[in-house]
Design a protein around this ligand. Structure first.
Ligand SMILES: Cc1cc2nc3c(=O)[nH]c(=O)nc-3n(C[C@H](O)[C@H](O)[C@H](O)COP(=O)(O)O)c2cc1C
Length: 200
């Protein structure tokens, strides 16, 4: 298991080989068995395999990226390069899995987050639970010989993502996982555990 975990890498280039629905369902099954706060299972998934769907999502997020960076006063040429890079990133993979958080079974009134510490903690636990589901999925994909990369882009354009994917009102976009047959080799290191652990 440790070797499996250590050899998973974020892969950002994929072959065109389509991924079977059964394969995707197997990965979602592994995600669905993640631990979650109160066993609330707050993860929701939107699967995109069609180029039109991927393109619409990429364009929606790109429009928001462009607007935000223009508002920051960034160089328009650099912005267009960034938007184009992102578009390629989100249309090239055979599959996109958009991860959402739903607090439907464990409702939190988001408008009182600031005042209500308990609600805020419940929301964080929901986010943590979705992240655990994501990790299950990525490890299972790696075990099955597939490549993934987690992207946080939907967090920066939640309204656009909700609109273009026609998400139910309670589904909050958290991120997306690109999935496919990997077409690159990546090496990564980690800082030593020494700086990250305190044994008592
Ligand atoms: C919460 C989160 C957000 C991430 N967002 C991005 C992203 O927006 N773009 C990207 O290229 N990689 C993203 N990544 C992937 C990280 O860059 C990657 O996990 C890290 O560099 C370590 O590399 P490895 O996964 O190959 O070990 C994200 C990963 C996580 C966990």
């Amino acid at each position: 298991m440790l070797n499996l975990i250590k050899t998973r890498r974020s892969i950002r280039q994929y072959t065109d080989k389509p991924i079977l629905r059964e394969t995707i369902l197997r990965l979602l099954e592994s995600a669905n068995w993640a631990p979650s706060a109160h066993n609330s299972q707050p993860w929701r998934f939107v699967i995109l395999t069609d180029m039109t769907d991927k393109s619409n999502l990429a364009n929606a997020m790109g429009q928001r990226l462009r607007a935000d960076r223009l508002a920051e006063g960034d160089d328009p040429t650099e912005i267009e390069r960034h938007v184009a890079r992102r578009y390629a990133q989100f249309t090239q993979p055979p599959v996109l899995i958009v991860l959402c958080l739903s607090l439907e079974l464990n409702p939190v009134n988001l408008s009182i987050l600031v005042e209500n510490r308990k609600s805020k903690i419940e929301w964080v636990m929901g986010v943590q639970s979705v992240a655990m589901a994501a990790q299950n999925l990525m490890i299972q994909a790696h075990a099955d010989g597939l490549a993934t990369c987690f992207y946080c882009a939907p967090l920066f354009a939640p309204d656009e993502v909700k609109a273009v994917l026609e998400l139910p009102a309670d589904w909050q976009p958290q991120g997306l996982i690109a999935l496919g047959e990997g077409a690159q080799t990546v090496t990564k290191t980690r800082h030593s555990l020494e700086t990250k652990v305190k044994f008592l």
